[in-house]
Ligand binder design. Structure first.
Ligand code: SF4
Length: 292
């Protein structure tokens, strides 16, 4: 007799509170005014962006912001550099600021070091060009040194003071490696490091590994632009080699459904993956495996 297919969703996956709050703010505004600009993708998930676009949200980039006047613009959870606020003031734009409080605190800490310790090199462990990192660099008038790995420490002068921060979504292990590496080479007076990694993301890693190990097959649902999605997917793949990355139910084809038949199938995702999308993927597998 065939084993039944058991499909379950990882309820630890899905939006973090920063993204949830930004989306609620956008929905409230759209209910009141019918349309709203958002600077950059509100979340790195195409399906959720499409849903909000249908409600009236219009995603714009920075060059477009400079051309707008007397309108309302939402700032997403990643935060923005000071220039964005300046442009908004000059153009009479009302900002609906949905910067996550965790990111806002990090920006303030970096700014405080920049303003009070002018001789200290500010080093940010993060992805160059990522919107959050751009906002963090802005707090230092773009003088911060962004490092993605220990090799990038070549850019840092080890004879001068260093203050090391982290983008909120980086890995704790990567941050510890940087701290150890700097300690070994450091010849300055003062090396301060601040573990500013968001636990909403970091704590998901052990939980998602556990979930991956409890299932025969794992379907990881994530947006192709999500850095957090890439990190979590790699952890899942390491824990369970039968892990498949999809961005939507349409990407679950008949070959994948056949693989799922009679198995324990886990559905999980990134902090930018909406629950409704994971539910649609689960439903597609349930319906597909129900058919002979
Ligand atoms: S991952 Fe953490 S810091 Fe980033 S938006 Fe979510 S709650 Fe805020």
């Amino acid at each position: 007799m065939c084993r039944p297919t058991i499909v379950s969703i990882d309820h630890g996956s899905g939006f973090c509170f920063g993204v949830t709050t930004a989306i609620s703010k956008a929905e409230d505004e759209l209910k009141r005014n019918g349309s709203l600009y958002c600077l950059g993708d509100i979340v790195h998930n195409g399906q959720e962006v499409d849903r909000l676009t249908r409600l009236g949200l219009q995603t714009i980039e920075h060059d477009r912001l400079a051309q707008l006047h007397d309108t309302r613009v939402l700032l997403r959870a990643h935060g923005e550099p000071p220039e964005t606020y300046q442009t908004a003031r000059q153009n009479g734009i009302t900002l609906i600021d949905a910067t996550c409080p965790v990111v806002l605190r990090l920006q303030q800490r970096i700014r405080a070091v920049y303003c009070t310790q002018p001789d200290t090199q500010i080093v940010i462990y993060g992805k160059k060009g990522h919107a959050e990192v751009v906002g963090l660099e802005g707090q230092t008038n773009n003088t911060a040194i962004v490092v993605e790995c220990t090799d990038d420490l070549q850019k840092v002068d080890m004879s001068r003071d260093i203050a090391l921060f982290s983008q909120t979504t980086k890995s704790i292990d990567g941050f510890s490696d940087l701290v150890d590496n700097i300690r070994q080479q450091f010849r300055g007076q003062r090396f301060d490091y601040y573990d500013t990694i968001c636990r909403q993301v970091a704590n998901r890693i052990p939980d998602i590994i556990n979930f991956a190990q409890q299932n025969d097959i794992l379907i990881f649902v994530g947006g192709k632009k999500s850095s957090n999605g890439k990190v979590l997917y790699q952890h899942c793949l390491k824990a369970n080699s039968h892990t498949y990355f999809v961005s939507s139910p349409e990407e679950i084809d008949s070959a994948l459904i056949d693989l799922c038949r009679g198995q324990r199938v886990g559905i999980c995702g990134a902090t930018s993956t909406p629950l409704w999308l994971m539910q649609q993927c689960a439903e597609k597998i349930r319906q597909g495996t129900d058919r002979p």
